[in-house]
Design a protein around this ligand. Structure first.
Ligand code: ZN
Length: 389
């Protein structure tokens, strides 16, 4: 088994190295951003994945492409010595190359540097995180600090719920003792907890009638839906970190018709795993108040919560200690947004998230990253990857 040296991680040298590599990092990052990669465009997202695969090979990575039919390909690249000790000496680095931005977004959101930031679609979420990871791996290889096997997994459909990469992520995570997720930072903080997510659709079938002639023969689907909206919204419990938000509604045909149809789409976030199961049961048990109406309830939980487990806290403390050597007080944060880290954490594997770039505007026109923070983030990730766990 490769043994990590007893000498402390040379954090200051890593920071100096990351500064020297910043221009090369930016160059690679620009290439990734120029390769627009919406989750729903296989050809486009595949081209971006191919770019990353070529880069991984150039760095000596052992590359495997998980080819997909309906979605973009998924890149697995392994660095460092092959682990003979099983999960104990293997780490998973997790990210995605797809973005929420359609092809052509670069015309209105060009990739450019201004105000000490790099702007452009997918910079913050999360191509900068990917570029940081590659740079950290390159630095460690050059400094002979790669004592663990690092598995880099980059998928192409995270922004639409990771339908095909989830089993691959879970399988690889189970072979590792820690998972580092390259999603954007929260402020300057790493993320140690994320809420779970669920989506439901409720369709109400009522009885149509002339609103003037036959009013009493009608059963209003909209009125029934209004009651249901009140019911499910009341399941929100802010103290428990549980929110039920009806985000979309529709229904009816004409003002003079008692509506036969209405529907709602609901977003659910929950901090505790048990609440997810409870809410699922509640949706399944929904009943109409007006018995002439029928309900069709579809949907369910998409991602379990990433709970702040002991293992995750241990990883965070290691990160904080390394950051302190650079004179930086690293903080931790919890968020309502989910990532693929939710899957790995739910398997009980210590997962630290938000290790990518500092910036703002994920999924928004002002998406950008702060250039001055790149060396620190890169050095910190490199230091963690060099650590025995
Ligand atoms: Zn993301």
């Amino acid at each position: 088994m490769p043994v990590a040296p007893d000498v402390p991680i040379p954090m200051r040298a890593l920071l100096a190295g990351a500064r020297r590599k910043q221009l090369a990092l930016l160059d690679f990052l620009r290439q990734l951003v120029q390769a627009e990669s919406p989750s729903d465009n296989k050809a486009a997202v595949d081209a971006c994945v191919a770019l990353a695969a070529a880069h991984a090979k150039a760095l000596g990575g052992r590359v495997k492409l998980h080819r997909q039919r309906g979605f973009g390909n998924i890149l697995e690249a392994r660095f460092g010595p092959r682990s003979k000790a099983g999960p104990a000496s293997r780490t998973l680095l997790l990210g995605h190359l797809d973005t929420v931005w359609p092809l052509g977004t670069l015309k209105t959101m060009p990739c450019h540097v201004a105000d000490a930031r790099l702007w452009g679609p997918g910079t913050f979420d999360m191509k900068a995180g990917v570029a940081i990871a590659f740079t950290a791996l390159e630095m460690l290889a050059e400094a002979a600090l790669l004592h663990r096997e690092i598995v880099l997994l980059l998928n192409s459909e995270e922004e639409i719920g990771s339908p095909v990469s989830r089993p691959i992520t879970e399988r690889l995570a189970a072979e590792c003792s820690a998972v580092y997720v390259l999603e954007p930072a929260q402020g300057l903080a790493y993320k140690t907890a994320r809420k779970g997510t669920g989506n439901w659709r409720i369709a109400v079938q009522g009885v149509a009638a002339h609103a003037g002639v036959d009013f009493e023969k009608g059963a209003s689907a909209i009125r029934e839906l209004a009651r249901i909206v009140e019911t499910v919204s009341a399941w929100t419990d802010l103290k428990r970190g549980l929110t039920v938000s009806v985000g979309l509604v529709g229904g009816g045909s004409k003002t003079n018709v008692v509506p036969a149809e209405a529907w709602a789409e609901v977003d659910v976030r929950f901090a505790r795993k048990a609440d997810g199961a409870r809410i699922e049961r509640k949706f399944a048990a929904l009943k109409p108040t007006d018995k002439r109406c029928a309900l069709t309830v579809t949907g369910g939980i998409n991602r379990p919560p990433m709970e702040r487990t002991r293992g995750t806290v241990k990883l965070f403390r290691q990160a904080r200690a390394l950051a302190a050597e650079l004179g930086f007080a690293l903080e931790e944060a919890a968020t309502g947004g989910a990532s693929d880290g939710n899957f790995t954490s739910a398997l009980g594997i210590p997962t630290l998230d938000g290790m990518g770039a500092v910036g703002e505007g994920a999924h928004a026109p002002h998406e950008s990253i702060v250039l001055s923070q790149l060396p620190l983030r890169t050095a910190l990730l490199a230091g963690l990857l060099a650590q025995p766990i």
